[in-house]
Structure formats: C-alpha cells, structure tokens
Design a protein around this ligand. Sequence first.
Ligand SMILES: [Zn+2]
Length: 355
Amino acid sequence: MEYTIRRPDDFHVHLRQDALLGPVVRETARSFGRVLVMPNTVPPITTAAQLCDYRRAILAELGAPGRAVSATGSFEPLMTFKVVQDIDPRSVPDLAAAGAVGGKLYPHGVTTNSSDGARTIDPLLPVIEAMEAADLVLEIHAESPDAFCLDREASYLPVIESLVFRYPRLRVVIEHVSSAETVAFLSDMPARVGATVTVHHLLLTLDDVIGGELRPHHFCKPIAKRPEDRDALIDRVLAGDPRYFFGSDSAPHLRGDKESDCGCAGIYTAPVAIPLLVDLFERHGVPIRESDAGTGDGPSMERFVSRLGAEFYRLAPSTGSLTVERVAWTVPSVCEGVVPFHAGHDLAWAVRDPI
Ligand SMILES: [Zn+2]
C-alpha cells in the first residue's frame, strides 16, 4: 500500500545553525520541497544580507545552490525576517527583494531566542505597515508572555484583531494554533487571516506533557492544551478548512538542552511528520490524496500539506512528488543528538527515499 502526493510544503520550520544545520536540512528535505524558515537564529535575521547568507548556508548543506536534491523534487527555503523594533521600515522592500515572503513577530520572551522580542506592538507598527505595502505575510507567535500559560494564546487575540482591522490588506498567519478560542476567533476573521497547524498539536494534550511522568520531548510553546482544544484543531483540519494549513514548527534542540532543569521548548518532528499525518487522516477516514477526495475542494491530507499553504502565500503549487508507503519502522531514539518526536515508537507509514 502506498500513496504518492504532490510534494508537501512546511510553512514553519527551525533549521538551526552550525553543526545542527546540515542534518536538520537534509532530514527536512526528505519530506518537504519548500519550507518557511524561521528567523530566530543567533543573531536573528533582520537584514537582506543576513537573509541571503542564511539561505546560502542552508542550500550549501544540500550541495550546489538550487540543485535538485532528489529525483522527486528540489528544496527551496522560503525566507523570513524577524519583526523587531530596530528594522528601518524603508529596508522592508529590500528584504522582500532578497526573497523574504514574510516577517515573524515574537512577543518578548515567549519561546526560544525571543528575549529581544516585542514588549508592545506600537513600536513595530511602521514595520508592519511597510510589510502590508510590500505584500509580505505577517507570521505571529500569538502568545501574551504575561498571561497564565494555558491562556497566553487567547489573550493575544485582541492584538491580532487590532492589526487585522488597522491594515486591511495585510495577510496574517497565527502560527502553531493551539486553542479552541483561536479556532472560534478565526471563524470571524477575513480570509486573509490563516493559521499553521503542527502535527504535535493535533496529537498531544497537556496530559502527554505532565499528566503522568514529565515528558520534556513533548514540551513546546504554545504548550499542548485540553482535549477539546486539540479536537477543535482536528475538526478544522479534517474538514479541509482552507485557512488551516501545515506548518510543523519542527524545532530541534540537543538532548541535554531538553532533559534539563531548565529545558527548552520545541519538538523535532521533521522525521515523523508526514507518516503521523497519514496515520491521523486514515484513522478518521479522510482521504490522503486529493484525487480520492472527489470533485471540488473536498478535504484530504494532500490538500492540507501540499496546497492550502501555497495558496495562502500566493505561491505556485509545489513541483515534484512524495511517496509514503505502509512499511513498519522504528523512530530512532536520537538523531544527531536530538530526540525526535515519537522516538523509539513503531510507525506504520514511512516516507520513501528517492531512488
Ligand atoms: Zn517555531
């Protein structure tokens, strides 16, 4: 049993730097043809020159720039910059010309490398206005750092609402949506407000993090929440709601940085995301391939991972393909010093490597 689908896009990844960059890029490129690269490197990506250098470093890990990495497709990093106060709004067109498709807003201190993030939105408005003019997407880590951890996402929604109405052409993505409140909020927003959904927020609840033994490799921001929050996400994704598209937030940290008395937030899902999504859609009886979803815009996994994000970002459909096959395999306990999601577990589906 196997399925061949249009090559998936991942609209939220952390590719890291230095020694981790190569293994993470190569693992990510096994499943994904295009990835939206997060800019929270050290230092963060805030200039066109940094953006070009980072893209060059990513592609260098795969060989010659732009080279096809497999028989089934090439790998294209879609670049972003970090929306910080220091950016001169006049440099936003340069960032767009250098290939940025969006800018990422991190409120202060909400996740890895965000201590330089925004404490209030006001100083960022000139940059956001310039992004609207340049038709760049604003990607938001939507959490209020001072709210109780389970309420942080919901308490940030008024900020998003104010931006959406202040900038009537701005496209906004709520990254890694995690709560039923946000799902309800999105249903009242115009279609230019979308959301990425991770595979781990479709599978985990807070019980999987702290309900039994402490599971540091299930710890992420925003934290997995109640079953009804997870179920609200599953409902929208399986219904094929076009504003929900795949962004894994695959975020590798070295094992020692997770298994620590001050452990980092982030889950490394790149090696398992597609097999787990196939399993989820199959369990719920939703087709994997678009061609099995009937005529029109019926829900399918292929549409979720290979079409809806590209449409939101106004990109051409991805080229190439990916084949997943029903082959049992055991997820490695460690990949290059990083414990992946579902480490040591047996999975029913595998991404077929190109011949
Ligand atoms: Zn992230």
